[in-house]
Ligand binder design. Structure first.
Ligand code: SAH
Length: 363
């Protein structure tokens, strides 16, 4: 794309949300021209500032456990990976982490983990939610596909947001990344169920996947729009050596993976305007300043890991996970400095709810 083409496109995108068509989104996502990239990025950052200011909302990320029933071809904690020591935190540990999270001034928390559909697990999560209520945090769950009544029980126990990435909106690509027992349709149905339960609903996809085209990525953004998502968590796919997909992942460079992931953030912000978008850890895994670049490309949320260092090694979804030996208080100082360097600051004490959620529930 040329700089002039980028300026024309941005002119359309800034006027109103949903202003771009598939070809334009595909052009943003696949752009490699540095001058055009700067025009697009600056407009996405302007929209980010318009809707959430020059601040970044934090959610401490708790990796609740790595036991998983799924066997996704790309994921390091897939059921078939026997090189992983499986763990699950205790309710006491979760309570302690939530307390630390509140002490850090992070007003939101994410409980993420492998996918387990069992009554004992449902009750464990309910118990965690009840215990951490007293810290008055915004609570996001990211625990995969569940029946609607489970989502409802967790909502009643105190969760207000749920993150369930569709991974890719292309059902063709989805089947090439998962065993036949994993259903694209069920995942979409789960997103609808989460909406019915009244959650702020997050979804997202991976970019730089083998076989993925710019049009597939454009369709991902149109999918976010179609399900009217409140929050988006996206990141580059990063091969994990103990997974089947690593063998076919091919030689995409780290810089190319970062570029397409940042382009996705920019295109999503230009198209959706008021959603929360996370600058995810996978970006940081590829470049030390990956998350800050995510913010400058239009993201407004970060999810610093607050899980105890002793567990982090067992929750490696991809190779090169950063900060394996850094505890959460170290991370906090590091983040403050990194954000100050780009003229942003931490949105301490605010839950940082999705502006889009309030806009859509008010209409
Ligand atoms: N079990 C939960 C959370 C899974 S882990 C769920 O199903 O929603 C969170 C995310 O990590 C996944 O949704 C996936 O998009 C991402 N992920 C997994 N393996 C990855 C890899 N190799 N590279 C980049 N991201 C990966």
């Amino acid at each position: 794309m040329t700089k002039v083409e980028a300026e024309t496109l941005v002119g359309k995108a800034l006027v109103r949300p949903h202003g771009l068509v598939r070809e334009e989104l595909a052009a943003v996502v696949s752009n490699t021209d540095a001058e055009a990239a700067e025009v697009l990025r600056a407009a996405a950052y302007e929209l980010k500032c318009r809707h959430s200011g020059k601040v970044v909302s934090m959610r401490g990320l708790v990796e609740l456990g790595n036991v998983c029933a799924k066997d996704c071809f790309y994921c390091g904690i897939r059921r078939s990976n026997v090189n992983v020591d499986r763990y699950r935190l205790s309710v006491d540990e979760v309570e302690r982490l939530a307390e630390a999270n509140a002490r850090f001034g992070y007003a939101s928390i994410v409980l993420q983990g492998g996918e387990v559909e069992a009554e004992a697990n449902t009750e464990f999560v309910e118990e965690c939610l009840r215990r951490i209520r007293r810290f008055d945090l915004g609570v996001t769950l990211s625990l995969g596909e569940q029946d609607e009544d489970v989502y409802r029980r967790w909502k009643e126990a105190g969760a207000s947001r749920y993150l369930l990435r569709i991974e890719t909106s292309s059902s063709r690509l989805y089947s090439s990344l998962h065993p036949p027992s994993h259903s694209f349709e069920r995942r979409v149905e789960c997103l609808r169920a989460l909406r019915r339960c009244g959650y702020q609903v997050g979804t997202g996809t991976m970019s730089a996947l083998p076989g993925q085209t710019p049009e597939d990525l454009a369709d991902d953004i149109l999918f976010f729009a179609a399900i009217d998502a409140d929050m988006i968590g996206m990141g580059p796919y990063i091969p994990h050596p103990d997974t089947p997909l690593a063998a076919v992942a091919g030689g995409i460079s780290a810089e190319d993976r970062i570029r397409v992931a940042l382009n996705m953030i920019t295109a999503t912000r230009l198209h959706l305007h008021d959603v929360n978008i996370a600058a995810t850890t996978a970006l940081q895994a590829l470049a030390h300043d990956g998350r800050e670049r995510g913010i400058l490309a239009g993201a407004n949320v970060m999810m610093p890991n607050i899980t105890d260092v002793k567990y982090r090694r067992n929750y490696q979804l991809y190779a090169g996970k950063p900060c394996l030996d850094e505890n959460a208080s170290l991370c906090r100082g590091c983040l403050e400095r990194r954000l100050a360097a780009i003229g942003e600051r931490v949105n301490y004490g605010s839950r940082g709810d999705s502006p889009h959620f309030f806009a859509r529930t008010a209409r």
